[in-house]
Ligand binder design. Structure first.
Ligand code: NAD
Length: 321
């Protein structure tokens, strides 16, 4: 399995810290750089905390984590971060102009065989890499938050990304214990963001209509479809929902109901300021604890779900989900 000699993560916000924690937890040398010195100070502690949390959650061996943390470089400059890196991960905010400028600078600072990936949540790769000249080694690797726990990473190639670079990204991500999925063509929001946006819009709408409270809504999803989908995904779930007849029987019996619901689902594309305020207040009222504690509890549950899924999977790897 190919692993990089060194990874450089540019941008030390929520996602950059997550990438750095993930790479450090595999014992890989990582350098991290952020333009904001205060963010860099916070990021150092946060990377250590999140990497060591993986040991406590039984997701990484302590000796490897400590090796990764010893090798962690808090770079003072972009050039220092990318020096000798085989893989540069861009993780700055979702601003296409800022990403273009940074990626053009990264391209100039690294050799021609360095893999360059963006963590964008949904921008078209053609725009993200719009100021780069050598596109065969550029692609999007979109993680989910927190990247050190959720295994799916969407790979979104640019039309000029080489097959070798896609394979290399897949190998690196698999070596980090991720499940990379390669999109066949780019689409705004990619796949994961579109599914999340569709479901979240309906959840917001049901809360704002007064049909359900925020915490019951969250439970309805996390213990309802999301639990089934964690085991089987939506298509397999419905294929298994009508006995031996599978999806053919299911669609005969229930497609008309789904069609009548689809006609009534929310289809707005913008929240008005008063709706935004109402939603924010309802969520803050439902979850009063400190973010730090809420996140810790969420990570414990996530890790338990992952462990159960890993234990339940057939050893042959023949299962599709
Ligand atoms: N937060 C999420 O849940 C999530 C999930 C998946 C993907 N993403 C994507 O990951 C990327 C990063 O998101 P985030 O939430 O971590 O953002 P963030 O705003 O938390 O952090 C961005 C960081 O980049 C730094 N930065 C800006 N310009 C820079 C430059 N030129 N050089 C170095 N550092 C620079 C900023 O100082 C900031 O600390 C975005 O593209 C986002 O869409 C976010």
């Amino acid at each position: 399995m190919t692993i990089p000699r060194k990874v450089a993560v540019i941008g030390a916000g929520e996602i950059g810290v997550g990438w750095a924690a993930l790479c450090a937890s595999a014992g890989w040398p990582v350098a991290i750089f952020d333009l904001n010195p205060e963010t860099m100070d916070r990021a150092s502690n946060e990377i250590e905390r999140r990497t060591r949390a993986l040991v406590a959650l039984d997701r990484a061996p302590e000796s490897i984590v400590e090796r990764g943390l010893r090798e962690l470089v808090r770079a003072n400059f972009l050039s220092e971060a990318v020096q000798d890196a085989d893989w540069v991960i861009e993780a700055i905010q979702e601003d296409v102009t800022a990403k273009q400028k940074l990626l053009a600078g990264i391209e100039q600072a690294v050799g021609g065989d360095v893999l360059i990936s963006s963590s964008s949540s949904g921008l078209p790769p053609t725009e993200i890499f719009g100021r780069c000249r050598k596109l065969d080694r550029c692609l999007v690797t979109h993680p989910l938050n927190p990247p050190e726990l959720i295994p799916i990473v969407e790979i979104v190639p640019e039309s000029r990304t080489s097959a070798a670079s896609i394979s290399r990204a897949v190998e690196y991500l698999r070596a980090l214990g991720r499940f990379p999925i390669v999109l066949k063509k780019p689409i705004p929001g990619y796949v994961v963001g579109r599914v999340a946006a569709a479901v979240w819009r309906e959840c917001i709408d049901l809360v704002l209509q007064g049909v359900i409270s925020v915490d019951d809504m969250d439970r309805a999803v996390s213990l309802g479809p999301a639990l089934g989908w964690a085991a089987a995904g939506p298509h397999l779930t419905y294929h298994l929902a009508s006995g031996e007849g599978g999806i053919r029987y299911f669609t005969q019996r229930l497609l008309a109901s789904f069609e009548s619901w689809w006609r009534q689902l929310a289809h707005w594309s913008q929240l008005e300021p008063d709706q935004q305020r109402a939603l924010t207040q309802s969520i803050e009222k439902a979850y009063k604890g400190k973010i730090e504690f809420l996140r810790e509890a969420r990570d414990r549950r996530l890790s338990a779900i992952l462990r159960s899924l890993e234990q339940a999977r057939a050893p042959s790897g023949s299962e599709s989900c």
